[in-house]
Design a protein around this ligand. Structure first.
Ligand code: NAD
Ligand code: TYD
Length: 339
């Protein structure tokens, strides 16, 4: 199989490429990534010299670049991870989210339609379903929950999902979609909750918790997500959506306290700051479809996964210190100065 992974220099995409090279050594992987602020070639360092791997710097919204690559490579499978992915940035500047997440997906779908693929897999998010009340632990997102996106980020992901399903119905492009809960693990960009808190705690800096820290996310170790996407793109039914989540709901404040405990740092670092506008209260996934139909189940317990993740940030200090030294530093100052 010749597989295109877009956005493979980001957090989940790079983990997915390592998962593919390890578990499907006969397949070939091409990564197309624009290397935005979130894309980092250092994430792919161990893959770059692999004989079954090719990296191409390019933008999924660049039709000429995408079509040329499809012409050259005759892909069997396309897995689209490329996206603008941070909710807070989407609140600040929605335009680029629509451009990359919606228009970029359309360009890829058009290329799949023109050149023919066995599968176009769209990596989506549980955030397309909006949120659930904190005090209704009996409620979960299923694949038929209505799309009720709250942020420009989740609205752009919902739009891309609908477009992919429309290309299946109208043009018979064989699409699948997976909607996963929050991931954590190695190579997670330090603007997201878990890596932000780990890196700031390691530097003895304040830990900005939005509102009262009561919002709940359903956390999944990134490798479990990669295994699920791998199963859906190879064995899932075309035209179908699969939710991915491991029934691991935690409030933000619980997570931050756990990180401080692992690192042996004081809770006095926690600072409660102004809430995120439109902040989703709770995400929780019903994973019945993927577990019963494809036999997937999460393998990593949260406490083990968090320990491994903290250890990875301790072992790879120069990785995140280089990021903090760059453009991201200006972003942090801009975003948090007002809070
Ligand atoms: P990320 O921000 O770490 O990485 C995104 C990657 O896409 C980067 O390498 C970036 O350079 C690349 N990219 C951005 N715009 C591009 C463009 N126009 N052309 C080509 N490449 C481009 O994101 P992530 O956390 O790894 O998320 C990957 C995917 O998974 C996204 O589609 C996201 O919506 C989805 N997702 C993420 C989570 C999560 O918890 N992080 C959960 C569920 C779903
Ligand atoms: P984030 O990692 O941005 O993921 P998402 O918004 O896509 O779920 O945020 C996870 C949760 O952590 C979310 O409820 C917002 C909260 N949060 C903070 O409290 N402080 C922070 O500095 C950040 C980045 C997030």
């Amino acid at each position: 199989m010749n597989i295109l992974v877009t956005g493979g220099a980001g957090f989940i995409g790079s983990n997915f490429i390592y998962y593919q090279l390890k578990n499907h050594p006969d397949d070939r992987i091409v990564c197309l990534d624009a290397l935005t602020y979130a894309g980092n070639l250092a994430n792919l360092e161990s893959a770059l010299n692999h004989p079954s791997f090719r990296f191409v710097k390019g933008d999924i919204t660049d039709r000429a670049c995408v079509f040329k690559l499809f012409e050259e490579e005759k892909f069997d499978i396309v897995a689209n991870f490329a996206a603008e992915s941070h909710v807070d940035r989407s609140v600040e500047n929605p335009g680029v989210f629509l451009h990359t997440n919606v228009f970029g997906t359309q360009v890829l779908l058009d290329a799949c339609r023109q050149y023919g693929v066995k599968r176009f897999h769209q990596v989506s998010t549980d955030e397309v379903y909006g949120d659930l009340p904190i005090d209704r632990k009996d409620l979960f997102f299923t694949e038929s929950s209505p799309l009720r996106a709250s942020s420009p980020y989740s609205a752009s992901k919902a739009a891309a999902d609908l477009l992919a399903l429309a290309y299946y119905r109208t043009y018979q492009v064989p699409v699948t979609i997976s909607r996963c809960s929050n991931n954590y693990g190695p190579y997670h960009f330090p603007e997201k909750l878990i890596p932000l808190m780990i890196t700031r705690a390691l530097n003895d800096q304040s830990l900005p918790v939005y509102g009262k820290g009561e919002n709940i996310r359903d956390w999944l170790y990134v490798e479990d997500h990669c295994a699920a996407v791998d199963l859906v793109m190879r064995s899932g039914r075309a035209g179908e959506v699969y939710n991915i989540g491991g029934h691991n709901e935690k409030s933000n404040i619980e997570i931050v306290k756990l990180i401080l405990k692992i690192l042996g740092k004081p809770e006095s670092l926690i600072t409660f700051v102004a809430d995120r506008p439109g902040h989703d209260l709770r995400y929780a996934i019903d994973n019945t479809k993927i577990t019963s139909e494809l036999g997937w189940s999460p393998q990593t317990e949260f406490e083990d996964g968090l320990q491994k993740t903290v250890q990875w940030y301790l072992n790879n200090r120069s990785w995140w210190e280089n990021i903090l030294a760059g453009e991201y530093k200006n972003y942090y100052e801009r975003m948090y100065a007002r809070r």
